[in-house]
Design a binder for this molecule. Structure first.
Ligand code: ADP
Ligand code: MG
Length: 262
């Protein structure tokens, strides 16, 4: 290497440090050899170096967003066995492009326990994180606890405003426990605050007709379902529990209202 280029290499290391893009140093020298061998233009070389930096930033940003989302387990759409849910494959493939997030559309996953609702909600959450959206996952019960705490401390509006900055909020297991009236109202406010603004994914083992019992009030449930499904994809998963596959157990006790023991 000539004296001039070794001086330039030092300067690149210093400058990329100053730009807080230290990976550029490595990409610049590695790609310089390739560029010389292949006779790239200056523009091609610069584009290739910057592209490495941008994709590395995107990947580490996605990883941070995935870790911050609070998923119960890391489950991706690539891990999903479509032979068990052939009916939903097309719908999920369309959602996997991430377009629903830009349009603030919702996704509702319905179906019996063990059919992959939480898995698919998580997989779509990972898609959202990879597309640059902040994501938060929690069960319906956990959301109500958070909102109740914020309400008691007089910061519900601030909390709802903060949550609006998340492109996707996932509410798992709607209907697993019924809500108190106050909780139902808080949950309604969460749904309203995101309506036509940012996406929600909800999962439930109850059909919509069972949601009145969950929210303690048919009118609240109807108003909520109206806002949720106005711009939503509703996927109904079917079949036996994936958890019980090959265990010689064909079905679980059927769930008519909610499976709580209160
Ligand atoms: P649900 O939320 O509907 O009760 P889960 O998504 O929690 O069900 O699924 C239960 C378990 O079975 C999880 O470990 C999940 O990853 C797995 N599972 C369910 N359906 C599938 C599938 N079609 N392909 C791969 N794994 C699945
Ligand atoms: Mg689940």
């Amino acid at each position: 290497m000539s004296a001039i280029s070794s001086e330039a290499v030092k300067q690149i290391a210093y400058l990329s440090g100053a730009l807080k893009a230290p990976r550029i140093t490595e990409a610049a020298s590695r790609l310089a050899d390739q560029a010389r061998d292949a006779g790239w233009s200056f523009e091609d070389y610069l584009a290739a170096v910057l592209e490495r930096e941008v994709s590395a930033r995107n990947a580490s940003g996605a990883e941070l967003r995935i870790r911050a989302a609070g998923f119960p387990a890391r489950k991706t759409l690539e891990d999903f066995d479509w032979d068990a849910q052939p009916g939903s494959r097309q719908q999920v493939a369309a959602l996997a492009s991430g377009g629903f997030l830009a349009e603030a559309r919702n996704v509702v996953l319905l179906g019996p326990p063990g059919t992959g609702k939480t898995h698919l909600a998580t997989g779509l959450g990972i898609v959202a994180a990879r597309h640059g959206h902040r994501v938060l996952f929690a069960t319906a019960t956990d959301w109500v606890t958070r909102l109740t705490d914020a309400h008691r401390q007089g910061r519900l509006p601030a909390e709802l405003a903060r949550l609006k900055r998340y492109g996707l909020i996932i509410v798992d297991e709607v209907g697993y426990l019924p809500f108190e009236q106050d909780a139902a109202n808080l949950f309604f406010q969460l749904v309203s605050s995101r309506y036509e603004h940012a996406s929600l994914i909800l999962t439930s083992s109850l059909p919509f007709s069972g949601w009145g019992g969950v929210f303690g009030d048919q009118a609240v449930a109807a108003a909520m379902i109206d806002r949720i499904v106005h711009h939503a994809d509703v996927l109904t998963l079917k079949g036996a529990s994936y958890r019980l596959r090959g265990r010689g157990i064909d079905s679980l006790p059927s769930i008519k209202t909610h499976d709580t023991a209160d």
